[in-house]
Design a protein around this ligand. Structure first.
Ligand code: RB5
Length: 150
């Protein structure tokens, strides 16, 4: 499985920790930046993560800003992205099982490193419950993409 990770200036320490955690799990991860603490605009990084996923450069992406909110909103503007902003493992797991979230977002000013690792693991270890009502519902999300992002 290939992943991309990206975030704004607030994400640096947490992004590095999550990157190391993913690599320790044996996953291939590309860090899209930022690599600086200089103030930067979270939509830039949400867009980069989202575009990398929908282009197929990666199977999924992780996006981090101060709260996770701005970067998830931004990533969700990319057609085909289903970004979930979460702050605990249960929602991370369900975001995969029910929503097939292909981008996971969280806030570096909200979650600590150990909790973020648990969030990432819950999302990665879960499987989308394909074939039933959740496939139908994710299909309805895709319809919205087609309607409003053509
Ligand atoms: C940057 O200060 C902050 O606004 C950003 O990281 C994020 O929390 C926005 O949603």
């Amino acid at each position: 499985m290939k992943l991309v990770i990206g975030g704004d200036h607030s994400s640096l320490d947490l992004k590095a920790a999550i990157l190391a955690h993913l690599e320790a799990r044996g996953l291939a991860v590309v860090d899209l930046g930022t690599d600086s603490t200089a103030s930067t605009d979270y939509p830039v990084w949400g867009r980069l993560v989202g575009e990398a996923v929908v282009r197929g450069d990666a199977d999924a992406g992780i996006a981090i800003c101060g709260t996770g909110v701005g970067i998830s909103i931004s990533a969700n503007k990319v057609k085909g992205v289903r970004a979930a902003c979460v702050s605990e493992p249960y929602s991370a797991q369900m975001a995969k099982r029910h929503n097939n979230a292909n981008v996971l977002a969280f806030g570096a000013r909200v979650v600590g490193i150990d909790l973020a690792k648990m969030i990432v693991d819950a999302w990665l270890d879960a499987e989308f419950e394909q074939g039933g009502r959740h496939t139908h519902r994710v299909g309805l999300i895709t319809e919205l993409d087609e309607l409003y992002r053509s």
